[in-house]
Design a binder for this molecule. Structure first.
Ligand code: HEC
Ligand code: HEC
Length: 285
């Protein structure tokens, strides 16, 4: 069991993830970093002579076991896509979502004019947070479900986990897919996350270099990552937008875990200036 979980964990993700960790304020230790300290548990057991050490080793072993279970749950990610009932979704939508997203799902609800970023226009079939490949136009069901469940930090989009049942949230996914004309579309699987490297002084230095060189990220996010390099930026729909302040990772729309940051760097944020660096044609890659 442990071996299986370890195999899944050691399926690590690439360099780009380390980019954002070079920035001040970004000190969150990822679950994978915790795992990288785990061989220590074996060597403690070996080196220990006395019973105290053995007890200590057992204790550490237990803690590591627990960490492994937590991490395996974390790796499992959101529930696998489920079929939802679009008609029921429409009813939940009418009660909970119209205020912002509008009766037609076009993002023109009564509250919309006071909001920046504005509520999503579902008729456009474009989502900011997707984990499908960079050249895939659409988000997948899990992506939509997750945003409904968790909400989008630092915006008006609330998370609905405490209010709606899981089935209701799947029903909503199917309803907004209908509004977007995506109900018949075969939506893409998750991107290939590659092999994650461990965080180390070297990987952080490499990330910093990538961030700064050729104005790659610096151009918009600024030398310190504070998002202050470009003024008067507009998104594709003409709304004022700002490059994210990377020193405030709690404002990231998806989350600040390495996998999410990797996905944003790789596929970008559709409809905004944040480029997809996974695209071979991108002159920024
Ligand atoms: C108080 C206003 C508000 C309410 C109520 C609201 N939303 Fe949102 N929603 C937003 C805003 C604002 C955004 C865009 C955030 C951004 O662009 O960063 C958004 C974005 C979204 C997205 C897009 C995610 C992405 O990756 O682009 C989905 C899906 C969504 N909302 C679903 C819903 C559903 C379903 C409901 C009802 C259960 C709902 N919202 C209720 C304000 C709201
Ligand atoms: C041309 C401008 C531009 C460049 C270049 C750029 N970004 Fe961004 N970035 C943005 C904008 C704008 C946003 C906010 C988009 C939104 O949600 O409205 C953003 C958002 C982000 C986010 C937030 C993700 C989230 O979940 O909210 C991260 C992380 C990020 N950028 C990292 C990077 C990195 C790393 C690089 C270099 C490899 C980079 N960006 C290059 C404009 C840029």
């Amino acid at each position: 069991m442990k071996r299986l979980i370890l195999a899944r964990i050691s399926h690590r993700f690439p360099t780009a993830t380390t980019l954002c960790r070079t920035l001040p304020g970004f000190h969150s230790v990822s679950a994978l970093d915790i795992v990288s300290t785990m061989p220590a548990h074996a060597s403690v057991a070996k080196a220990s002579q006395g019973a105290t050490y053995r007890r200590l080793a057992t204790k550490i072993g237990e803690i590591c076991g627990l960490v492994l279970v937590v991490i395996s749950l974390w790796l499992a990610g959101p529930a696998l896509a489920k079929q939802g009932d679009a008609e029921n979704g429409a009813q939940v939508y009418a009660k909970r979502c119209v205020w912002c997203h509008g009766e037609e799902g076009d993002g023109e609800g009564p509250a919309a004019e006071r909001l920046n970023p504005p509520p999503r226009d579902f008729t456009a079939a474009q989502y900011k947070i997707k984990t499908t490949a960079f050249d895939d136009d659409f988000a997948n069901d899990d992506n939509m479900f997750r945003m409904i469940r968790d909400g989008m930090p630092a915006t008006a989009m609330p998370g609905w986990n405490d209010v709606l049942s899981e089935q209701e949230m799947w029903d909503l996914v199917w309803y907004i897919k209908t509004v977007a004309g995506l109900e018949e579309e075969e939506l893409g699987a998750d991107m290939d996350y590659g092999t994650q490297i461990e965080s180390s002084p070297e990987s952080i230095a490499r990330g910093k270099q990538l961030f700064l060189e050729d104005d790659r990220c610096l151009e918009c996010h600024g030398k310190e990552g504070k998002g202050d390099a470009l003024k008067g930026l507009k998104d594709d729909s003409g709304f004022r937008t700002w490059p994210r302040n990377l020193t405030k990772p709690w404002t990231f729309r998806a989350s600040n875990d390495p996998r999410d940051i990797f996905a944003r760097i790789s596929t970008g944020i559709p409809g905004t200036q944040m480029p997809a660096f996974g695209a071979p044609a991108s002159d920024k890659s």
